[in-house]
Design a protein around this ligand. Structure first.
Ligand SMILES: Nc1nc2c(c(=O)[nH]1)N[C@H]1C(S)=C(S)[C@@H](COP(=O)(O)OP(=O)(O)OC[C@H]3O[C@@H](n4cnc5c(=O)[nH]c(N)nc54)[C@H](O)[C@@H]3O)O[C@H]1N2
Ligand SMILES: Nc1nc2c(c(=O)[nH]1)N[C@H]1C(S)=C(S)[C@@H](COP(=O)(O)OP(=O)(O)OC[C@H]3O[C@@H](n4cnc5c(=O)[nH]c(N)nc54)[C@H](O)[C@@H]3O)O[C@H]1N2
Ligand code: SF4
Ligand SMILES: [Mo]
Length: 671
């Protein structure tokens, strides 16, 4: 038996782990107490890495569909076949006929991800898709529009915080949306000793239960609460110096939020006026504030404006780049302070969208995931390279997506465990799982510190699994692109990582020896102020957002809201036992004739699903909370490909009108 130091890549918290191994069998995963950030913490998913690695449905050999059946084949034959077909499609229809999805599975494989980016660039296709447009587009949009650069990543200064406001995020379950939070209970327990903590969420979540204050607005009305706070701060309490010298368009902002009086906000959001006033008083008393939003915001129709107004609130309170407010992550493998960040156009970083959906546009070089089905049906996209995604559970409108995927000439999927998406694929490429490869923390800017990690491979790859970077480079070679040197075989994982970290804050050797490296962040950061000088001040009132705020309509009386569950991550680890429990308020259940623990059907204009009802007084009336990632009760049977944000293309996964019913086929259990 041996123990190998590594770090978990199930989620972006990247907890330090110790893996006990006997021969090639992975016995146990436990937390590494010496790890500076996670300090021994792990969650059930990280501890289940042995089950992931030894999963009975794991894929060990490349598969190719012959007469409708996936059959094992060799890498040579599989890659030759994909190469020939993709080349044929490129020559006949052009690069836009090949779609590429950058899924979460490849997102945590540093070397694989970088070569995937190179393959995409070589293909030159505008049909690039990623979780951006099914997760959190509003965040980068606001960095881009208000901050003048999508590379700006604000994160709470927990060390000096006075007041932290969480809106539509439940870090106790998720470990954070775009700021990782290993050991969330410990973090929150310490935080609430020195700072006020507020949560805005239609459910009294695990996080809300630890907070000093909780507002449970009608889903999709967060913008009203934020507009009210901004309106009142502009009247009394704003940082005049920042307002006068570091912002533009404050008067336009004031006009935009003028309608959001206490009374109006109380009516729109359905929260008590006294609680709104209490929050306002706490914001004024705290001076500086950190606002953290999550998918409850970014998946709703008010996503962009809520994110905008949360920035406005932080700007007005002088919280940007100041202790007690938020700091901006400068990166680790790239060092933002060494660049002159280009100032993005005031109108946003948009480009042309796909032909089949003229109402959409591209944002930051990506097309909305929601257009994929239509682009395939129109014959515009004929091949999809799916790099580590479970499209069937992740994309909107499963009912129209699945028949579209079946029409593809080529659908190649990089995966480790068989699922409904691999079943639809024409080719399945098994790459090394996280215990089989050396790796780096690729999304280092999501870390709560300026830090990075390295791990060696813990065990040898099973069967014929190969490094993802090798697979993609070999595919590229067959298409005539030189993406990476594969002549040394796939044993060269560390050589790829060395190239990625060539401009990092610390050399890879140090990371390899220590497993971990951290540098002190510059705070307040001069590079942020230099960027702000070039920008001419925070843009407080982008036209697009002012118009969107004015156009928002009130939500339906009963709507779908998303929720993450503890023991699975998206579609992964559902075998640990989480079920598709649908939370609803007992009064809404009574109206619909639905009883606790019974099967219920949730219906929208797009489709329906059957799950288990959990009557829960901690969720407000009008919200029906359905978790995602379940293959059977797939929540995306309820979502629509046309129900998107027209600025960013983000799919609406929160706020969709629903009705609930006792399941027609509920078996009557006697005795
Ligand atoms: N309705 C609704 N839809 C949603 C959401 C929601 O809340 N509601 N959430 C959205 C969000 S936030 C996101 S990020 C997306 C996620 O959508 P996806 O990116 O599709 O994420 P996963 O379901 O996690 O699928 C990742 C796949 O990668 C595989 N995998 C795991 N490790 C590895 C590895 O090391 N190598 C390879 N090659 N594969 C691996 C897993 O087996 C899994 O099948 O879904 C979105 N869809
Ligand atoms: N255990 C676990 N952890 C995960 C994941 C997982 O699947 N499981 N997925 C990972 C991924 S890909 C992501 S993107 C992150 C997401 O991380 P989070 O954004 O923190 O996700 P949730 O925990 O679902 O929290 C979203 C909250 O928004 C609330 N909500 C819904 N609609 C509204 C609304 O209109 N307004 C407000 N104010 N709140 C609303 C929901 O009730 C819920 O409590 O989590 C990551 N971590
Ligand atoms: S929180 Fe859980 S899944 Fe995320 S890195 Fe830590 S152990 Fe892994
Ligand atoms: Mo996500």
């Amino acid at each position: 038996m041996r123990t190998v130091r590594s770090f978990c890549r199930v989620c972006t918290s990247t907890c330090g782990i110790l893996v006990d191994v006997s021969g090639q069998e992975v016995i146990r995963v436990r937390g590494n107490r010496d790890h500076p950030l996670s300090q021994g913490y792990t969650c059930s998913k990280g501890r289940a890495l042995p089950q992931m690695h030894h999963h009975p449905e794991r894929i060990e050999r490349p598969l190719m569909k012959v007469d409708g059946t996936l059959r094992p084949t060799t890498w040579e034959a599989c890659l030759d076949d994909i190469g020939t077909r993709v080349r044929g499609i490129l020559d006949r229809y052009g690069p836009e006929a090949v779609g590429v999805f950058f899924g979460s599975g490849l997102g945590m494989d540093a070397a694989g991800y970088r070569v995937a980016q190179a393959l995409h660039a070589a293909l030159g296709t505008p049909a690039k898709f990623s979780p951006l447009t099914i997760d959190g587009t509003a965040k980068v949009l606001i960095s881009d529009l208000v901050g003048g650069s999508a590379a700006l990543n604000p994160r709470p200064d927990y060390d000096n915080a006075h007041l932290v406001l969480y809106i539509g995020t439940n870090p106790l379950v998720s470990h954070g949306h775009t700021v990782a939070m290993p050991n969330p209970v410990g973090t929150l327990r310490e935080l609430r000793e020195r700072a006020r903590v507020w949560v805005v969420d239609p459910r009294r979540t695990e996080t809300a239960r630890m907070a000093h204050g909780h507002l449970a607005p009608r889903p999709g009305t967060d913008h009203a609460i934020m507009a009210f706070l901004v309106r009142e701060l502009l009247r009394v309490g704003a940082d005049r110096d920042v307002l006068d010298h570091r912002t533009v368009d404050a008067d336009m902002l004031a006009t935009a939020v003028a309608p959001f009086t206490l009374e109006h906000t109380e009516a729109v959001a359905d929260v008590p006026a006294a609680e709104l006033s209490r929050l306002l008083a706490e914001v004024r008393a705290a001076g500086r504030i950190a606002v953290e939003t999550g998918t409850g915001v970014t998946m709703s129709a008010g996503a962009n404006v809520t994110q905008w107004l949360s920035w406005a609130l932080m700007i007005l309170t002088g919280s940007m780049n100041r202790p007690g407010g938020v700091w901006f992550h400068p990166g680790f493998t790239h060092q933002l302070e060494t660049f002159e960040l280009p100032v993005s156009p005031a109108g946003g970083s948009f480009g042309p969208g796909p032909r089949s959906r003229p109402e959409t546009q591209s944002f930051l070089g990506e097309w909305p995931c929601a257009v994929l089905a239509d682009e395939i049906e129109a014959g515009n996209i004929r091949a999809v390279l799916n790099l580590g995604g479970h499209l069937v559970t992740a994309f909107p409108d499963t009912t129209t997506l699945v028949p579209a995927l079946e029409k593809l000439d080529l659908f190649a999927t990089i995966e480790i465990i068989a699922n409904e998406t691999t079943a639809l694929s024409t080719h399945v490429l098994p790459t090394k799982d996280q215990l089989e490869r050396a790796d780096l923390t690729l999304w280092d800017h999501l870390s709560p510190r300026v830090a990075a990690q390295h791990t060696q491979a813990v065990v040898a790859p099973v069967g014929d699994r190969r490094s993802a970077w090798w697979v993609l480079a070999e595919l590229g070679r067959r298409l005539g692109y030189d993406l990476a040197d594969t002549s040394g075989g796939q044993a060269d994982d560390d050589a790829r990582l060395a190239m990625i970290s060539a401009r990092a804050r610390r050399p890879l050797d140090e990371l390899i020896a220590e497993g971990w490296a951290q540098t002190q962040e510059e705070f307040p950061a001069a590079w942020v102020e230099r960027h702000l000088d070039r920008l001419g001040g925070w843009r407080l009132a982008p036209r697009l957002l002012v118009d969107q705020l004015a156009a928002l309509t009130s939500p339906a009386p009963l709507v779908l809201v998303p929720r993450r569950q503890k023991r699975h991550l998206n579609s992964q680890f559902t075998y640990l036992g989480d079920t598709a429990e649908v939370l609803l308020h007992p009064d809404d259940a009574a109206t619909a004739g639905v009883a606790d623990a019974q099967q219920l059907t949730v219906r929208t204009a797009h489709g329906e699903l059957t799950g288990i009802a959990k009557l829960d007084p901690s969720i407000r009336r009008g919200a029906v909370s359905v978790p995602h990632g379940h293959q059977g009760a797939n929540v995306n049977r309820l979502t629509g490909k046309n129900d998107i944000d027209l600025i960013t293309g983000m799919a609406h996964y929160s706020g969709i009108p629903v009705s609930v019913h006792p399941a027609a086929d509920t078996p009557v259990i006697l005795g």
